[in-house]
Design a protein around this ligand. Structure first.
Ligand code: PEP
Ligand code: MG
Length: 578
């Protein structure tokens, strides 16, 4: 029977593949058919898990206080002995070989067989000993799950991963394994996991509550990352329709690639800057494919993603010069590490000073964390400045809330410059320093901020989160995320005006700048510098180069005055029609 689910489509594209359920705290024991080549690896995985389970039990045994009664130690010793029993170890290995299945399924099969045997025993005491078997099997399954931290393997290729939640790091791993798409039970459209999925072109849907209760690993899943529609075990007709959608999406991309070489100028001659946001190496290729004018936002915190330690100055430097080489003289805006909230990675957490707290979006993040711990900030600033001798680089400070943070950051940059000068290292003496406007306080005080900075960049993802008091990673309040909320539009308008008065450039690098529904409105408000995920650039370019700013200006002003949702929608329709 076909089942239909809906969620929040966060990354466009249609994917069809077998479901792969991920349960972090609960091991997925459903059977997966493995290729013959994968069998030795799977057996090795099981042997390693048995070894780890034994190690864990031995550690528990060693930790039992000497004066504890003998029974407890004997109990654990029995479990250790059971791990050597061929019924628990050799038999599942045979199952893996004979049935070409995964270790978890082989262990589960053995659990079920042993349960039947124990249940049929007359002796009550012996029949309850199945509990020991279960404990030991669970220990091995847990170890398998931990060793699975690599987050998948070759068998994930072409599959659709379904999990409770996924981190940005998981998204990168999934891309490396060629996952066709993913679905999560929680998460919002502005989570960094969703942003990365868009940038990597992985079709994805979030906020599908309890979907793992209805779907088994191995079932065929079809998802449309735009509409948020998911089908399990779709009929042939349904699959045909999804394949048509898949084809149409690819055709649309081919059509768009034709405007690659066209100039980014509106019909009435307004020159636009269409930049990209980049996070990881892959984005560099995507950036070249769409002929971006430059990088408007490099989320450098992603350099901390899969590191066991915070990156060194040299690692930063290497990453930045690599992008500069690819940019061939086009500008690179390097945002200093915006760590914290959903980007507090293990390398930073390993430092006892940085703890996850109950309200991370309002806690130690972005510039606060960097100023609080200059051992993170200074190596990055040194690397950015050194890289500025290799090409046009701009510094962008994240999460500013007060001018004192700007003053402190500028003074730190000056002292790093002094050090580099005395070492004889080259850097751009006039490197521009800009600030992210992503907190309402910063937007309201944009005039004061502009007095200290060389440019401003509006981060609507956080600006909307903080203005409307909605957690950007909470799917339950995702419906309240509204870029057209009058308060948001007033703030954006105010920041653009502040930049104009101070005669400094204002860009936008939040997801709103890459959303074809809103870019003409933004142009009407006076924005000409847009930075977005590479995959959005051509569609945005199409919308903007087909427009006339003179016409949009008046409509955008009316939008600021609109008093109802209906009025806004009718204005938006006019703005987006030619
Ligand atoms: C933003 O907040 O709009 C932004 C671009 O920064 P991030 O999404 O990385 O928080
Ligand atoms: Mg932000």
């Amino acid at each position: 029977m076909s089942l239909m689910f809906t969620g929040i489509g966060v990354s466009r594209g249609v994917a069809i593949g077998d479901a792969h359920l991920v349960r972090r705290n609960q091991v997925d024991v459903s059977a997966r058919k493995l290729t013959k080549r994968a069998i030795p690896g799977e057996i090795k995985r099981l042997r390693q898990a048995i070894k780890s389970a034994r190690k864990e039990l031995l550690a528990t045994l060693g930790a039992i206080p000497k004066d504890t009664g003998g029974d407890i130690a004997a109990f654990i010793e029995t479990h250790i002995l059971m791990l050597d029993d061929s019924l628990l170890t050799k038999k599942p290995i045979e199952t893996i070989k004979n049935e070409q299945c995964n270790a978890e399924a082989a262990l589960q099969q053995q659990r079920e067989e042993l349960s039947k045997v124990f249940a049929s025993m007359d002796d009550n005491y012996i029949s309850t000993r199945i509990d020991d078997v279960n404990h030991v099997i669970d220990a091995v399954l847990r170890a398998l799950n931990e060793n699975n931290e690599t987050f998948g393997g070759e068998h994930w290729k072409g599959q659709i991963v379904i999990a409770d939640d996924l981190t940005p790091a998981d998204t990168v791993v999934m891309r490396n394994h060629g996952v066709a798409g993913f679905i999560t039970e929680t998460g919002g459209q502005l989570s960094h996991t969703a942003i990365l999925a868009r940038s990597l072109g992985i079709p994805a849907i979030v906020g599908v509550h309890n979907i793992r209760e209805y779907i088994k690993s191995g079932e065929t899943i079809t998802l449309n990352g735009e509409s948020g529609l998911i089908l399990a075990e779709a009929t042939t007709e349904m699959l045909d329709s999804f394949r048509q959608q898949q084809k149409a999406h690819k055709q649309q991309l081919r059509e768009l690639s034709k405007i690659n070489d066209m100039q980014s100028v509106t019909r009435d001659g307004v020159r636009l800057q269409l930049n990209v946001n980049i996070e990881i190496d892959d984005d560099i290729k995507a950036m070249k494919r769409v002929h971006a004018d430059g990088v408007g936002l490099y989320r450098t915190e992603f350099l901390y993603l899969d590191q066991s330690a915070v990156p060194t100055e040299q690692q930063h430097f290497k990453a930045y010069t690599k992008v500069l080489r690819a940019l061939k003289g086009a500008p690179l805006t390097l945002r200093t590490a915006d760590l914290g909230a959903d980007k507090l990675f293990s390398s930073v957490l390993a430092n006892a000073r940085h703890k996850k707290n109950s309200n991370p979006a309002l806690g130690m993040r972005g510039i606060r964390l960097c100023l609080n711990d200059t051992s993170i900030f200074i190596p990055q600033l040194r690397a950015i400045l050194r890289a500025s001798s290799r090409g046009p680089v701009r510094i962008l400070l994240p999460m500013l809330t007060s001018t004192s943070e700007i003053v402190q950051s500028l003074s730190l940059i000056e002292s790093v410059k002094d050090d580099l000068r005395s070492e004889g290292s080259e850097f751009d003496e006039d490197i521009p320093v800009g600030g992210m406007i992503e907190v309402p306080a910063a937007a309201i005080a944009a005039d004061q901020f502009a007095a200290h900075l060389d440019f401003l960049s509006i981060g609507t993802n956080d600006l909307i989160q903080y203005t409307l008091a909605i957690d950007r990673i909470d799917d339950q309040v995702d419906y309240l995320y509204d870029p057209l909320h009058p308060a948001v539009l007033q703030l954006i308008n105010h920041v653009i005006a502040a930049g104009r008065t101070a005669n400094i450039p204002v860009a936008m690098c939040g997801e709103m700048a890459g959303d074809p529904r809103y870019v003409r409105l933004l142009l009407g408000l006076g924005l000409t510098n847009f930075s977005m995920p590479p995959n959005s650039l051509l569609e945005v370019k199409r919308c903007l180069i087909d427009s006339r700013r003179v016409r949009l200006r008046k409509l955008a002003q009316s939008m600021l005055q609109a008093t109802s949702w209906e009025e806004q929608q009718s204005l938006l329709t006019r703005i987006n029609s030619n």
